[in-house]
Design a protein around this ligand. Sequence first.
Ligand code: CA
Length: 453
Amino acid sequence: MTQFSNYSRRKFLVAATATTATSILLKGCTGNPPDSTTDAASSPAAGATSTVAPGQEPEVTTVKLGYLPIVEAGALIIAKEKGFFAKYGMTDVSIDKQASWGAARDNVKLGASGGGIDGGQWQMPMPYLITEGIITDNVKVPMFVLCQLNTQGNGIAIANKHKGKGIGLKLQDKASFFKQLKSSGTPFKAAYTFPKANQDFWIRYWLAAGGVDPDADVELLTVPTAQTVADMKRGAMDAFSTGDPWPYRIVSDGSGFLAALTSEIWKSHPEEYLALRQDWVKQNPKATKAILKGVMEAQQWCDDFNNRKEMASILAKREYFALSEEILLAPLMGKYNMGDSDNRVVDDKSLAVLYWKDSKGSVSYPYKSHDLWFLTESVRWGFLPKDTLSNAKALIDQVNREDLWREAAQEAGIAAADIPTSTSRGVEEFFDGIKFDPENPKAYLDSLKIKKV
Ligand code: CA
């Protein structure tokens, strides 16, 4: 599959693959869908013309990528389903649903050769924690961060029993409410699906900005994804920080309301990333760039709101999210019925999950300044030692491969205007007016009233 050296031969081959895809797809409809869609041929080629240029043919055509059923995985699933991976020669990409973040971590530690995965979708700074062996029982599994998968598309859901108590984006005078619950022995329980990563950070940032100390005034806990909706319903937790469509689903189910969207806490914030094991990338540098090109093209496709209905129908499938298309479509279109006592409705595409471009520019490009924020926030809450910041630059240079992103973007013919010229996105501003200057993370830490460091 890798030796066509002229355009017409490549074109012929893609046409042949597309025909095979149709027949296997039909067969797939009659059987039980497998847990992972490993057969390459289930990717309809979407009329894509192969653009595998001479010298860019991938070393392998297969890779195993893990994902969690939240909108963050959108571009990975679309790259497979719409044939964008295949277009760049990655004809056998396996997109494997992970039971939990912990399972994804365990599987990447095994690697595909050990029955696990080569990489996939991650919250931050998981690739760093895995690289350093911090969440892998001190076994260092070096990872490379390759691109950002999305921004926004996450939210903080609150149980219905707290409706009408003024719990919204800005908590201000509500700190006493949380402290009182704590002192009366029924602490406010806020959950996420994996500790010390995005969802933990978003709920901590939101609480602390409102004068609530997440370590002293509430109880934070990890709840497995499968349990979250049921736990919210039976009142076992008061809040849940997670990715779409789960917050929306909680509102639809009538078990809770949305206090805030993460896009309201930090517009165009960094969210989840594609990262692979370093050993895989080093063995397969061209295949790595082929994966990146496929993801980039999928991200552009996903960002066209005219495609979002089709995207919802693909993600809703039994082998992916196994949800109703309607629950997915509303948040994908930036429509959030917040379900609070004010009946607040958000209808704003700029606050929805975005995959390619946002108000700040590139979504896909992995800014090193964002990795630094995640490491700084880890120091803020005592998840990582303070000296992490003095070594952060070297660590980020070791893990973040924005150089591969640039090469892949150039090879894919991405317009120069869409390729950032700096590894820093510059000063970031949060909803409470706090600023993070990547040139001075210590000033950011100093400016925060509530912190553990
Ligand atoms: Ca997320």
